[in-house]
Structure formats: structure tokens, C-alpha cells
Design a protein. Structure first.
Length: 126
């Protein structure tokens, strides 16, 4: 019987949402991730594997954390994956100018000083 197990290597640049400590802001930063993906196993059991989350499109706002950006991923195994293939993350974390509210407090964002810059983020705001 022939062994059908094999691996593929996928390297994709993604944007990951990083939540920092309460004295810092949340930010979206570019990262590079690699996924090692077994497509089949000799035991007949299929293990779900996904690509890293990728951004789809651009942020739909410019400030205050009011924007959302869609993230997508794909199943990279020969079996059926059950997890979600799309999700949304907050974006546009620069402060908004008057007359608009500085940050979107309806989702728990507050104003933070990180270094010499102000951002909208989660946690204990100022």
C-alpha cells in the first residue's frame, strides 16, 4: 500500500491584530506566517489545517477604531474544514478630530498614549 501522506509549505504575509498591555494601544501589524500542512494521513483521519488569516480589502473608515476590515482564510487539507473562513477586526486606530468622537467607545475603545502618539485601544484608557 502506498503512503499518501505529504506536506506542503505555505508562506503568506498577513496582518494580525496584536493586543498590547493596558498602557499601549491595540494595533494591526504585518506579520509573516508559515503553515505546514499535512493533506492526508495513512490512518484515514483528516486533520483540519488553514492558511493564516489574510486581509481582504481595506479598512472602511479612517479613525477612532470605527472601521472594520474583513479577514479570510482557506482550508488547505483534503478534508472538509469546519471552522470559520471569514471574520472582522477593528481598524483605523488613529484618533478622530472634532466634531467626531475621538474613539468608538461603543465597542470599548479608549484613548491611549503610546510613546509620543495617541491611539484608540482596549483596556484602561485615559
Amino acid at each position: 500500500m502506498m503512503n499518501t501522506a505529504f506536506s506542503t509549505q505555505i508562506v503568506i504575509t498577513v496582518f494580525a491584530l496584536i493586543t498590547l498591555t493596558s498602557s499601549q494601544s491595540s494595533s494591526i501589524v504585518p506579520t509573516t506566517a508559515a503553515a505546514s500542512t499535512p493533506a492526508a494521513s495513512t490512518s484515514g483521519t483528516c486533520i483540519e489545517k488553514y492558511t493564516p488569516w489574510l486581509t481582504r480589502g481595506v479598512c472602511n473608515d479612517t479613525c477612532g477604531g470605527y472601521g472594520q476590515m474583513q479577514l479570510i482564510r482557506a482550508c488547505v487539507t483534503g478534508c472538509t474544514c469546519q471552522g470559520p473562513f471569514t471574520m472582522y477586526t477593528l481598524c483605523a486606530q488613529a484618533l478622530c478630530a472634532f466634531p467626531r468622537a475621538t474613539c468608538d467607545t461603543s465597542v470599548g475603545l479608549a484613548k491611549y498614549l503610546y510613546g509620543t502618539n495617541w491611539y484608540c485601544g482596549f483596556g484602561n484608557g485615559l
